[in-house]
Design a protein around this ligand. Structure first.
Ligand code: GRF
Length: 204
């Protein structure tokens, strides 16, 4: 499954895909970043994966950025797009170019705490159960159908770093699992309710 990974940060989720699925169920054919300073780019270069930077400031508007980004990913043969800490929104035109094939990892149990600062939002609310979600991307912010979720009880957590340290291994495992399931064709939207993603092969 030719897969592109979109990043903005350190790229630990990208690393999990490089270590866990690249060259097996999926082939990472492109890594695109919203910023030239993303540590994720080094991780991709170290594995000789083509990288490119699509900074908003280099384009007239988001639509122009999306157009260039989508074209580059298609040139690379991309059939699955994984948002792994990608801090930009993608427009409908971009999503139409990869129908049902854009997935995102988010550090909360959606629909709780969508958008930026999910862990900070959860701490401010005072929750005792945290978690991560992998979901299909639609035109909203973290609103697409849920693929996989995993929770962790942290009743005494007070600091974002502490919560992220607990969530990171869950993120890495879940994102790799979701890519494997997608690549094997084991994710099917329920015809009765397309928000319900059925998982074949007994996983999930
Ligand atoms: C992850 O926590 C992801 O859930 C969030 O951004 C972070 C990216 O981390 N959207 P990394 O760049 O993969 O290390």
């Amino acid at each position: 499954m030719p897969t592109a990974v979109l990043v903005s940060g350190a790229g630990t989720n990208l690393q999990a895909l490089l270590d866990g699925v690249h060259g097996r169920e999926a082939e990472i054919v492109a890594v695109a970043s919203s910023t030239a300073s993303a540590g994720a780019l080094e991780r991709a270069r170290a594995r000789e994966i083509p990288v490119a930077v699509f900074a908003r400031s280099d384009y007239a508007d988001r639509a122009a950025r999306d157009e260039a980004l989508g074209a580059w990913l298609l040139e690379r043969g991309t059939r699955l797009v994984v948002l792994a800490g990608y801090m930009e929104l993608l427009g409908e035109r971009f999503l139409e170019r990869f129908p049902g094939a854009v997935i995102n990892i988010h550090p909360s149990l959606l629909p709780a705490f969508p958008g930026v600062g999910a862990v900070e939002q959860a701490l401010a609310y005072g929750v005792k159960v945290f978690g991560v979600t992998v979901h299909f991307v639609d035109a909203g912010v973290d609103t697409g159908p849920v693929i996989l979720q995993r929770a962790v009880e942290l009743p005494g957590a007070r600091a974002p770093d502490e919560v992220m340290a607990a969530l990171r291994p869950l993120e890495h495992a879940l994102l790799a699992q979701a890519v494997r399931l997608f690549a094997r064709g084991e994710l099917q939207a329920d015809t009765a309710n397309p928000r319900h993603i059925a998982i074949g092969g007994g996983e999930g």
